[in-house]
Design a binder for this molecule. Structure first.
Ligand code: URP
Ligand code: ZN
Ligand code: ZN
Length: 464
């Protein structure tokens, strides 16, 4: 067989093993893994590591963020940054604008993505209202179209659902076959602390972290797992930031509840101290849950090493810093309450975990592949993605495991004007990303035309 493309000489990471072999690509699919393969094009990759293209199952792109506030990335810039960071699929959240139905919102998102994406995309939904149209019509129709996961919030005014409402959403997930993702922080407790802080004149960015302490996440995580137990569904707890919340997940699993867990780079590398920088600078690190401290970072690392986390995502939620439509929003300097929540990270997620995890000997290459690609594909139903195996999409990223350089804003491709990891030293960088066999990043720069498309997903297993 003559392949369209052969990748030769790389150490190839397949589920559970690493071996030197050739990868033959035909029609955008991995056709052969072997030796002596023939191809019309050959990539010589000796000294490089071939991993499945990253799947970032938690990103926010062009999401409505309140009056006058604008996310820093559209689909073009977010997927360009994603490809440059070694990703081939991203999963953004589809949030209806005021007055829009979920189905209208999905149609608008698909139109925004169409023709602009350098990676594939696959949407999660956000459920912020349990009206009969959303639960009875939109969710079942969208699940049938392959949008088989949705996020609910226990925090954020205007977004949070009550326990009763979350149970209604989980019942739809069970009936129609979808996975519920939960943002677990207790809004009432946060508001109590926020109000107290403001009355004491504690208005600087660091008070964002101090008013969202570990117990508010621990309690909400316990409650989310309990609600899933009662509803009889599996649940994904997103962006777990600390060991106490992870312990709640472990306890629920011991009771037989199927709880998936996600963590992110900010919880293994940043701390609340970053929000405490002089002046307004700390706003760059305002995200929820907030980064914690060294001890909680160690607890998250222990969870990663023990296999307690299923997925490692970025929670890319980019705002510009020096911008009244971003972090410097009206009122943001008068109270941390008004600082838009979220940090950019889609381009730096993989290099950070490769460097801190693989290069420092904490996790193996197959574990890295599972945490950054294959588990995302399996849990969310991306059937053709996530592993280097015959028959799968040729979504492959070549890594130079010895390339050392710091993260710097000037080399990144996102729409934000800063990175929370400025100067962070990384060993191991992706040097070429291929989406269905087409090069979309070469030597750290975007390449080719945007051929990414929306991928419909299979239904996850929904009985616990
Ligand atoms: O601060 C964050 N994480 N913003 C993004 C929205 C969310 O809660 O995931
Ligand atoms: Zn969230
Ligand atoms: Zn998020």
């Amino acid at each position: 067989m003559i392949h369209d493309l052969v990748i030769r000489g790389a150490r190839v990471v397949t589920p559970g093993s690493v071996s030197t072999c050739e990868i033959g690509v035909l029609g955008g699919t991995i056709a052969t893994l072997g030796t002596g393969l023939e191809g019309r094009e050959v990539i010589e990759a000796a000294g490089l590591v071939a991993l499945p293209g990253g799947i970032d199952s938690h990103v926010h792109i062009s999401q409505p963020s309140g009056p006058g506030i604008e996310m820093a990335d559209d689909f073009a810039s977010a997927t360009r940054a994603a490809a440059c960071g070694g990703n081939t699929t991203v999963m953004p959240f589809c949030l209806p604008e005021e007055g829009q139905t979920l189905r209208e919102a999905v149609a608008a998102y698909l139109a925004k993505a169409e023709g602009n994406c350098l990676t594939d995309v696959s949407f999660h939904l956000i459920v912020k209202s349990v009206d009969p149209v959303t639960l009875g019509q939109d969710l079942p129709a969208l699940i049938a179209q392959g949008m088989t996961s949705f996020k609910v919030f226990m925090t954020y005014q205007g977004m949070r659902l009550t326990d009763a409402e979350i149970l209604q959403v989980m019942a739809v997930a069970r009936e129609h076959g979808a996975l519920t993702l939960v943002h677990a922080e207790n809004e009432d407790a946060i508001e109590f602390l926020r109000d107290k802080a403001e009355r004491a004149g504690e208005i600087a960015p660091v008070h964002h972290a101090r008013t969202r302490p570990v117990p508010v996440e621990r309690e909400a995580t316990h409650r989310a797992a309990m609600l899933a137990e009662v509803a009889g569904v599996p649940v994904m707890i997103v962006h777990v930031s600390n060991g106490e919340a992870l312990d709640e997940i472990r306890r629920a699993r011991e009771r037989g509840v199927r709880v998936f867990a996600e963590t992110c780079p900010q919880y293994i590398t940043l701390t609340a101290g970053d929000l405490d920088r002089a002046g307004f600078e700390g706003a760059k690190w305002v995200c929820s849950p907030p980064p914690r401290d060294d001890a909680q970072q160690a607890a998250i690392w222990a969870g990663i090493e023990q296999g307690a986390f299923d997925v490692f995502s970025s929670d890319h939620c980019p705002f510009r810093f020096a911008d009244p439509a971003g972090k410097d929003a009206p009122g943001a300097r008068a109270s941390f309450r008004n600082i838009p929540n979220g940090i950019p990270g889609v381009e730096t997620r993989l290099p950070i975990l490769f460097s801190e995890g693989v290069v420092k000997g904490r996790i193996s290459l197959p574990t890295f592949a599972a945490l950054t690609a294959s588990n995302h594909a399996r849990i969310y139903g991306l059937e053709n993605k996530g592993v280097i195996a015959v028959g799968k999409d040729a979504d492959i990223v070549l890594w130079d495991p010895a390339l050392t350089r710091p993260i710097t804003q000037e080399r990144l491709h996102h729409g934000s004007d800063y990175t929370p990891w400025e100067g962070f030293e990384v060993t191991g960088w992706p040097v070429r990303t291929l989406l269905r066999g087409q090069t979309v990043m070469l030597d750290g720069e975007p390449a080719g035309t945007p051929t990414g498309s929306h991928v419909a997903r299979a239904k996850p297993e929904v009985t616990p």
